[in-house]
Design a protein around this ligand. Structure first.
Ligand SMILES: [Fe+2]
Length: 249
């Protein structure tokens, strides 16, 4: 029967459709994410409760602010794995990194020991003020070394807002894009939300991540599951967001 009042989009129960979260800051005390091991455990428990089945956490590596190394990150990862075991929490967790494309990034690529996501992918970010002067060079250098760049939260680089061609150019250069879930709620502001929606409409997104740093993020990501507009966007563009391309589950 024709129904004037079309049934609303059923709400998502959780984020199990994503399976893997591949962007977060869950290792204690090494960046602006979890501060203590208790923070780490709490955030991981919440991610588990939201339906994630596997985590690949990505601490910042920035020469100035967070000069993390693969050794530091691996050591912290082991600390978190032991704590999870001690708390009887079953959640597979690995670590990659979120590399700022600063002036030291070229040397890191050349050294060839970048921490990667599955498929030899490297999560990269840029400053929110301006693109790195050597952006194209870095992307080329990464690919020459057999790495596949994934740009973290492209929607947050507002300097590209009126120049969408820049996004198309990055995609044409082989860069994949990872959207932050919270961008779709307006958490980072309306311009970011607008860019996020446009990127989805143009089918330019490859992965979605939580970019979880702290309790507030956890609460908001959980709360978003009740938001109708958020649900509509997620369900309309589910194919682009699903992280099954990692073939991990
Ligand atoms: Fe991040």
């Amino acid at each position: 029967m024709f129904n004037l009042f079309r049934s609303p989009t059923p709400l998502l129960n959780d984020y199990s459709f994503l399976a893997v979260d591949m962007h977060s800051h869950l290792l204690p005390g090494i960046d602006d994410g979890a501060k203590t091991i208790e923070d780490s455990i709490s955030l991981i428990k919440q991610l588990k409760g939201m339906g994630f089945q596997r985590l690949i956490t990505t601490p910042h590596i920035m020469a100035d602010l967070y000069p993390n190394t693969p050794e530091i990150i691996k050591e912290k990862l082991e600390e978190v794995r032991s704590a999870l075991k001690a708390h009887n929490i079953n959640m597979p967790i690995d670590a990659a990194a979120e590399y700022l494309m600063d002036e030291t990034f070229g040397d890191k690529i050349a050294a060839g020991n970048l921490l990667t996501l599955p498929g030899n992918r490297v999560l990269v970010e840029m400053s929110f003020i301006s693109p790195p002067p050597r952006l194209e060079e870095y992307l080329f250098q990464l690919q020459t070394k057999g790495y596949r760049p994934v740009l973290a939260h492209p929607e947050r680089y507002l300097f590209y807002r009126n120049n969408f061609e820049k996004y198309r150019n990055l995609k044409a250069r082989g860069c994949e894009f990872q959207l932050n879930l919270l961008s779709l709620t307006g958490y980072y502001g309306k311009p970011t939300k607008d860019i996020a929606i446009k990127l989805l409409k143009e089918k330019m997104i490859n992965f979605a991540g939580t970019d979880m740093h702290h309790e507030q993020h956890a609460a908001l990501i959980n709360k978003a599951l009740e938001n109708k507009a958020f649900n509509k966007l997620i369900q309309k563009h589910k194919e682009q967001l699903q992280n099954h391309k990692f073939n991990l589950i």
